[in-house]
Write a protein of this length. Structure first.
Length: 131
C-alpha cells in the first residue's frame, strides 16, 4: 500500500487518515460499514461493521515509524484499559442492538519511509469474557 505523507501528521489527522484506510480495507474485504465514530458515554468505537452476521467493533491504530518492522507496533496500544473500555462500549451497543453478535477487531497500520505502510487486521483481537 502506498501512502503519501508530506508532513508529520497531528494525532487527530493520523487517526482520521488511519480510519479512512481501515474503512477502505474493510470494504474491499466485503464488510458493510454500519457506523463510524459511534459514541456512547464510555467512549468511541472507530468503525462498526458487519461481517456476514457478526457486528464488528473495530479499533484502528496507526503509527508512523522511520523504519519498517521496528516497534512500537500500533496494536500494542490496545492494552488492558482500552479493551475494558471496548467491553463497556459493547454493553451499551448491545443495549441498543440486542440481537447483534459482536466481536472486537483491531486494524493496525504502520506507516514508514513517509509512503509505505503495512496493515494488520487482527480478527477477534480480544474477547468479551470479562463482560
Amino acid at each position: 500500500m502506498q501512502i503519501k505523507l508530506d508532513h508529520v501528521p497531528s494525532t487527530h489527522e493520523k487517526g482520521a487518515y488511519g480510519e479512512k484506510i481501515a474503512e477502505s480495507y474493510l470494504l474491499s474485504r466485503g464488510y458493510e460499514i454500519l457506523d463510524k465514530n459511534w459514541r456512547c458515554r464510555f467512549g468511541e468505537v472507530d468503525i462498526v461493521a458487519l461481517d456476514d452476521d457478526e457486528t464488528v467493533l473495530v479499533e484502528v491504530k496507526m503509527r508512523v515509524a522511520k523504519e519498517p518492522r521496528r516497534g512500537p507496533y500500533p496494536e500494542e496500544a490496545v492494552g488492558y484499559r482500552k479493551r475494558e473500555r471496548y467491553r463497556l462500549m459493547c454493553r451499551r451497543y448491545l443495549a441498543e442492538h440486542p440481537d447483534a453478535q459482536v466481536r472486537f477487531d483491531v486494524v493496525a497500520i504502520l506507516v514508514y519511509e513517509g509512503q509505505r505502510a503495512s496493515l494488520r487486521h487482527l480478527i477477534s483481537a480480544f474477547d468479551g469474557e470479562e463482560m
